[in-house]
Design a protein around this ligand. Structure first.
Ligand code: UD1
Length: 421
């Protein structure tokens, strides 16, 4: 198992190129299974979660290959015949559950393992299943598996997501585009990942209206074809590096290949800390202030502040002067990074779904443990401003979601070494 040894206290200066988005890639890779021919997707990040999902696709019979050593993925779904996604693959990554919508949508049958536990609390899939039942799909549970069966031309229906859910919106879109007369998702997720999926499905031949709103209507079509498409840049990677660029008072970073429209209120909130944020097309420049000011945030569904950024924001607030709070209204117990930051010296108090941060703390290097993807990156951010050496254990969490993290950060001045634990 790999760990990072990070020597802190160095400012970051230079340019970082943003990778393709993992969370946006997974739904469109699943969508490729709905086509009658090959799909080619550029800008797919080389990440463990993508490799896991590619393996799930291979298990059902799809041909999936990266082109050379690049970020272009080619998926040929024409030989899919084994309509089962097994537990040992689905448990590794929740998004494998997208196979349910993709397989039942295209083939009228799917047997997919329930995703099981997760590092940050219960993450149910009840809305995915209730939504499919509302669509007219038969759902049975058998020994930890969901078995879905669907006719063609399911009758006109609708389903309201409460709460709004990215995963359920994706699964319901995948299940409906080839199956229903008409299906409406109320309170649909409006995240860029969902918008990209809708746009790709339309390019494949689907009939979808209300794209980008919270009311999406699908009218079923006979067939879909493979397409050539480019995956969106990773908005969470952008946000993470924006924060990396303001933690040390002498840092200044340029981020290339961003989609600023996907960042919601993040640039505005970051400016409130005193940081300078400049946007020029797909380039964002961030410059650290002499002293960061405390700014409280609460997560919300898009376009609100993303839950995937709250650990990084709370880490930044340990370096700001004053008291701030970070509240997660989407996932209530996503705070496993708090005790780890405390080991570096942070003064934080957690109560229910709000952490109060008393800044500023001068961190002192220690050993800390990654517990999930975004918690791990927040430990890397903290370690880069801590005195002396910090050891971040179990960085496999990071490898699930950040492409070349240590190489990108080392190229702009960080001192991160990967070693075998
Ligand atoms: C996706 C992202 C994840 C992000 C999250 C919220 C991927 C692979 N993962 O996860 O990084 O943090 O969106 O932006 O894209 N819920 C239910 N029942 C359900 C489904 C969800 O109650 O059937 C609840 C969840 O417990 C949570 C809320 O809905 O409170 C939102 O979850 P959801 O949007 O579904 O998250 P994911 O799609 O799993």
């Amino acid at each position: 198992m790999d760990k990072f040894i990070i020597e802190g206290g160095t400012p970051l200066n230079g340019t970082i190129n943003i990778s393709g988005s993992k969370n946006a890639a997974l739904p469109i890779i699943a969508a490729s299974l709905l086509g009658d021919s090959e799909t080619t997707i550029t800008n797919i990040p080389r990440l463990q979660d993508i490799y896991t999902f590619n393996n799930v696709l291979r298990v059902v019979g799809a041909k999936v290959d990266f082109q050379d050593k690049k970020n272009t993925l080619i998926i040929d779904p024409t030989n899919v015949s084994h309509l089962e996604a097994p537990y040992d693959l689905v448990r590794k990554m929740r998004a494998s559950f997208y196979m349910l919508g993709a397989l039942v949508g295209k083939h009228g049958y799917a047997k997919v393992s329930l995703p099981g536990g997760c590092a940050w609390g219960p993450r149910p899939v009840d809305l995915h299943l209730k939504g499919m039942e509302a669509m007219g799909i038969d759902i049975d549970l058998d020994k930890g598996y969901v078995i879905a069966k669907a006719d063609k031309n399911l009758k006109k229906s609708s389903f309201k997501l409460e709460p709004s859910s990215v995963g359920a919106t994706v699964n319901l879109l995948l299940a409906s585009v080839l199956r229903t007369e008409e299906f409406t998702i109320e309170n649909a997720a409006m995240e860029p990942d969902v918008v990209q999926l809708c746009n790709v499905l339309v390019k494949m031949g689907a009939d979808i209206s209300g794209i980008g709103t919270d009311r999406i209507t699908v009218r079923g079509v006979e067939s879909l074809s493979g397409v050539e498409i480019a995956n969106d840049p990773d908005r969470i990677e952008v946000g993470t590096f924006m924060i990396a660029g303001v933690l040390h008072p002498d840092s200044e970073l340029t981020l290339e290949g961003c989609n600023v429209d996907h960042l919601g209120n993040l640039p505005e909130l970051l400016s409130k800390t005193g940081a300078k944020v400049e946007v020029d097309g797909s380039t964002i420049k961030v410059k650290a202030p002499k002293e960061l000011e405390a700014v409280s945030v609460a997560t919300e569904v898009y376009p609100g502040f993303p839950t995937d950024m709250q650990a990084q924001w709370a880490t930044m607030m340990t370096q700001a002067n004053g008291v701030s709070t970070v509240t997660d209204t989407v996932y209530y117990d996503r705070f496993s990074y708090v005790p780890e930051l405390t080991r570096l010296g942070a003064d934080m108090r957690l109560e229910k779904n709000t952490v109060t941060i008393f800044g500023k703390t001068d961190f002192e290097g220690a050993s800390v443990m990654s517990t999930d993807l975004r918690a791990s990156v927040s430990l890397v951010l903290a370690a880069m401003v801590a005195e002396n050496e910090t050891e971040v254990l179990r960085v496999y969490h990071l490898d699930r979601g950040y492409e070349n993290l240590e190489h990108k950060l080392n190229a702009v001045g960080a001192k991160i070494k990967r070693v075998d634990e």
